[in-house]
Design a protein around this ligand. Structure first.
Ligand code: URA
Length: 202
């Protein structure tokens, strides 16, 4: 994470630069880069892990199953998707082919750090007052440290670079919970975490 983000002046220029990214090997197997989306100046910049299968095919962040959970939680928290800039810590889909399926693989520290360059560029352009980190990969990228989500979720944390981070779980975690009562409890807590953004002045 020692390199400075490139001097890019618009989100359009950023998308063009990201599309040519070869900073780590993930570009080789992914269909396309999935750039962040949202208003050029948003109060909230939300960071996921990496595009999934659907996002890789469609070219937009959070349009698959995890995106539907996120959308429901944003609605319940009173946050409009149109008011947030939404992106991922890693911008290419990392997967392992298994027959006809493509199984999600977690990005490693090198991939997260190489892609941090683009997150930095997004932050410089969007100038958000809050960064919401969804899950461990996003927390690692946004804060620069592998912090334990359970200990820090739902409260604003001042970052060394002057930003403020709100950490919470990744919505795909809720999808993986089998016990219905646990699932509902985690969803409620996820919504409560997101509501901290609503209550926080700019
Ligand atoms: N999970 C993520 O972290 N990001 C997406 O865009 C989709 C699923």
């Amino acid at each position: 994470m020692d390199e400075q983000a490139p001097d890019i002046r618009s989100l359009k220029a950023l998308r063009t630069a990201e599309a040519a990214c070869t900073r780590c090997p993930l570009y080789k197997n992914a269909t396309q880069v999935v750039s962040g989306e949202g208003p050029a100046r948003a109060r909230i910049l939300m960071v996921g892990e990496q595009p999934g299968d659907q996002e890789d095919k469609q070219g937009h962040p959070f349009v698959g199953p995890a995106g539907r959970v996120l959308q429901a939680a944003l609605d319940d928290a009173g946050i409009s998707r149109g008011e947030i800039f939404i992106t991922n810590a890693v911008k290419h889909f990392k997967f392992e082919p298994r027959g006809k399926r493509r199984l999600h693989k977690r990005p490693n520290a090198h991939e997260i750090d190489q892609c941090h360059w683009w997150l930095d560029a997004e932050r410089k352009l969007v100038k958000p007052s809050i960064l919401v980190a969804l899950g461990a990969t996003a927390v690692r990228s946004v804060s620069g440290h592998p912090l334990p989500i359970n200990k820090i979720r739902g409260r604003l944390i001042d970052l060394a670079d002057g930003g403020r981070m709100l950490a919470t779980i990744h919505p795909s975690y809720i999808l993986r919970i089998e016990d219905e009562a646990d699932k509902r409890a985690q969803y409620r807590q996820f919504v409560a975490d997101l509501k901290v953004c609503v209550k926080t002045p700019a």
